[in-house]
Ligand binder design. Structure first.
Ligand code: FAD
Length: 811
């Protein structure tokens, strides 16, 4: 075995083989794969191996398209052809209008990735799949490129191509330990000797946490037992002139594809079972769990009703094997949080369909630092600090039970709630708050009018519309209080803190004590990586002069890793996370200043404390740091308070706000208001696929600065024509918001994609942001948004339609 290489990929299932192959495609041939047994001896060998194109966002659709194109190419390789049934087609069934709306939206979204799904009615479903009945069926989503592949051949083909390009594959070589050296490179210890490398990749399937623990991390991945069976031949299939399309059924929780002249039927039973939570037998190799069809009788009934032919046919094989699930259902593909030179491609629950694409995006990240798509939806850093095994298990069970039931907008499922709360959570719950979950934090979404208030899940405006309108009205005309918990906060101390930040951010950063500013940072390709507020705190009895770096709750691990990676060894800079120590209370509205003045000593007048100021003070008896910043567009103050004093601060604000009838407002009201102001959300509107000019952030770039990450690449991009532009749209539709991912077109030509949309209650308009090809971006132009199956006309308007001169914020 080699003693040194550039990358060691651990695990020889589809995840590892695809990563190895794609590393060679990106130009790295000195790469090694270590497999404890034979290739595919984990989950991959017994997979049902269906390959679909469906995804709930463009990154997932794009990576699946890559799989499909790659598999087609492999299947046609004359030197090593593999079995791939491409293009049988597939149907996702639906029996509610809301599901059909979802499919209409996903079809719109996929169009932007050059993928043509079709929404079809029940009769058309039955026409395309002659075995199904139309009972209790409204229709479905047709995916023309669905098919299935031989999983072992696929992995062998990828490994073969990787070997031909110079990679090495060592089978029967279990990894037993990992040591990270002082220079952040690794030694991988195996039963057959050690191998030094720059980078390690965990692709260990259901043994993910055995290898995770070798590097001191726990990944939020667990396994579920998952079963399918194969039937004897079915005469109707034999007689049909075509292969049966795949089926996915969210009504009765099964999937189905043709296998020879019979069917393969897989189940997602409610009475499901986790597997291997307390350790896995080391001899579980090429192995299965015991059959247990009793567990799936609930699902079987639904499948029999849909396909009566099943009742006439025998079962010849049952397969029950472990399948991995993550805490939010999507895989973890990318950098391992808190580690250098360590990546993972784990938690794949549709690894055969997705594996080609995941390996492709991971190899790009390893070699180039970023992939061609924004990969946040699969980034392992997207949750922070709360992802223990018990919570992961609860969420995995919930996901398994809902396998084909996609999340509706604003749907927050009940398992594993209250993972992160503040002292105010139960108080707000008592006041009728409905909560959304942000990186595990329970955040107030809106206030329910009655205890049993319920909304109708769907893609249209729902029963919350008027509630949110009145929360916004109170903020606009009076004063509202909102808790922003989980906001990512990093304290940066040391004499070089501003030089360091100058190097990170692409614009001028605020350095003056007592001042707050907003900044953006780029990756090495000049594309937008992140957004943060930089607040300069004075030297005081609370600490030395320091910066508080504030960013989105979800960015906690992402941003900390980025900052740490870019520290220079001789720089006097210290980074400390305060995210779990502080919470923000926001006071917003024309009476905000009066409430603040009534609960905190000092002069809070406009002259003494103008917009973008910062002051250490007390709210009642609670120590606080107040910043004059606003995400709502109204006069507002962010009050940062240690969690231990949060209740005291809350009581003081409530008392001061009594005479103004202060009211709570939630995240939904904030989202509506920020859209009216032209403010962006990280990883919704701020994506690595676009640079700051395309995103309309020119005023936050100083290209003449000495040095900043991404400067050279941005300079180059600036010399070329700006390809895309973020625009604001006024949409000519009253009953539904534009959803992120919806496609924009002109004369049936795709020209852009919606990032976010909502009703702007203060301007009384349906508005949205979208990236659009620059040539179509002029103000006043008409474009069409593909919304729920209709082409809706929309007008490009100036960004920030509410208070464009910022007079209110500065008042
Ligand atoms: C019943 C069933 C049906 C399925 N049907 C489908 C489907 O239709 N379509 C689809 O896309 N997906 C399907 N899946 C899921 C799919 O099979 C998996 O997502 C995929 O196989 C996972 O591949 P992997 O490479 O991540 O893991 P694995 O295949 O488990 O590979 C991990 C490898 O890592 C090796 N390894 C572990 N520890 C070490 C170590 N210490 N040192 C060296 N090597 C190590 C293991 O030996 C193993 O070979 C199904 C799964 C099941 C269980």
């Amino acid at each position: 075995m080699k003693s040194r290489t550039k990358v060691v990929v651990i695990g020889g299932g589809i995840a590892g083989c695809s990563t190895l192959y794609h590393l060679t495609q990106e130009g790295w041939s000195d790469v090694v794969l270590l497999e404890r047994n034979e290739l595919t001896s984990g989950t991959t060998w017994h997979s049902a191996a269906q390959v679909t194109n469906f995804g709930m966002n463009q990154t997932m659709v794009g990576l699946k398209s890559h799989s499909i194109n790659l598999y087609k190419e492999l299947a046609n390789d004359p030197e090593y052809p593999i079995n791939y049934h491409y293009g049988d087609g597939g149907i996702r069934l639906a029996n509610t209008e809301a599901q059909m709306d979802g499919y209409r939206h996903f079809a719109s979204m996929a169009k932007g990735m050059d993928v043509n799904f079709e929404v079809i009615d029940a009769n058309e479903c039955a026409k395309r799949h002659p075995l199904i009945s139309t009972n209790n069926l409204l229709g479905g989503l047709w995916d023309p490129s669905d098919g299935d592949i031989d999983p072992a051949q696929l992995c062998q083909a990828l490994a073969r191509r990787a070997r031909n390009a110079g990679a090495k594959v060592y089978r029967n070589t279990p990894v037993t330990a990992l040591t990270q050296r002082l220079d952040d490179t690794w030694t991988v210890h195996t039963e057959n000797g050690d191998i030094d490398c720059d980078i390690v990749v965990n692709a260990c399937g259901y043994r993910v946490n055995e290898v995770g623990s070798m590097m001191g991390v726990h990944h939020p991945v667990i396994s579920m037992e998952h079963q399918y069976f194969l039937t004897e031949d079915i005469p109707e299939i034999k007689e049909a002139q075509h292969r049966m399309p795949l089926l996915r059924c969210p009504i009765s929780d099964y999937y189905c594809r043709q296998e020879k002249n019979g069917l393969l039927l897989g189940f997602y039973e409610q009475n499901c079972k986790t597997w291997g939570m307390d350790g896995i037998d080391p001899n579980f190799v090429n192995a299965l769990c015991p059959d247990d069809l009793d567990r799936v009788t609930d699902v079987l009934e639904g499948a029999f009703d849909r396909m009566p032919a099943l009742m006439e046919v025998g079962i010849h094989t049952i397969v029950n094997g472990p399948i991995t699930y993550t805490i939010d259902g999507a895989p973890l593909v990318g950098a391992i949080p808190g580690k250098r030179n360590a990546f993972c491609i784990i938690g794949l629950r549709a690894g055969l369909g997705e594996g080609g694409g995941h390996g492709w995006l991971l190899a790009q990240q390893i070699v180039h630092g970023e992939a061609c798509y924004d990969t946040w939806c699969i980034d392992p850093r997207r949750f922070a600090g709360h992802t223990n095994v018990e919570l992961t298990a609860l969420k995995a069970i919930e996901d398994y039970q809902n396998e084909f039931r996609f999340h509706f907008p604003h749907e927050h499922r009940p398992a594993g709630r209250n993972a992160k709360t503040t002292p105010l959570t139960p108080i707000f719950a008592e006041q009728g708050a409905e909560f959304t979950v942000v990186n595990g934090w329970e955040r107030v979404e809106y206030i329910k009018p009655t205890k049993d208030f319920k909304t109708t899940l769907g893609f249209k405006f729902d029963e919350t519309f008027d509630l949110i309108a009145s929360e916004v009205k109170n903020v606009q005309e009076n004063v509202g209080l909102c808790e922003v918990n989980g906001f990512n906060r990093i304290e940066i101390t040391g004499s070089d803190r501003h030089n360091f930040l100058d190097r990170i951010f692409c614009g001028n950063i605020k350095k003056q004590t007592g001042k707050v500013g907003l900044g953006y940072f780029l990756n090495h390709h000049g594309m937008l990586k992140g957004e943060a507020t930089i607040a300069n705190l004075p030297q005081s009895d609370r600490g030395p002069a320091r910066v508080w770096y504030g960013s989105a709750a979800a960015s906690e691990y992402h941003d900390m890793d980025w900052l740490r990676q870019h520290l220079s060894p001789n720089e006097d800079v210290q980074l400390k996370s305060l995210t779990n120590d502080l919470t923000i209370l926001v006071l917003a509205g024309p009476n905000a200043r009066k409430v603040l003045s009534a609960c905190s000593r000092g002069d809070w007048s406009k002259d003494a404390f103008p917009w973008l100021s910062l002051r250490e003070c007390f709210i009642g008896i609670a120590p606080a740091t107040v910043m004059g910043v606003s995400f709502s567009g109204e006069l507002a103050y962010e009050i940062h308070i240690p969690n231990a004093s949060l209740y005291a601060a809350y009581l003081a604000i409530q008392e001061a706000g009594l005479e103004f009838n202060i009211k709570l407002f939630g995240a939904r009201a904030v989202d509506s208001m920020r859209l009216e102001k032209g403010f962006l959300h990280w990883k919704i509107d701020i994506l690595t696929e676009f640079d700051p000019f395309e995103t309309g952030l020119n005023k936050f770039v100083n290209i003449n600065k000495n040095e900043f990450i991404g400067k050279e690449a941005l300079n180059f991009r600036q010399s070329k024509e700006c390809l895309n532009k973020l625009i604001t749209l006024e949409i000519n539709k009253k009953n539904a918001p534009a959803q992120g991912g919806a496609t924009l077109s002109i004369k049936n030509k795709v020209i852009g994609t919606i990032t976010s949309g909502d009703w702007g209650h203060r301007i009384n308009k349906n508005i949205a942001y979208a990236f659009i090809k620059s040539e179509y971006s002029s103000i006043g132009s008409e474009v069409f948004v593909d919304m729920l199956g209709e082409k809706i006309s929309a007008k490009i308007i100036e960004s920030c339609p509410y208070d464009p001169n910022f007079d209110i914020i500065k008042s």
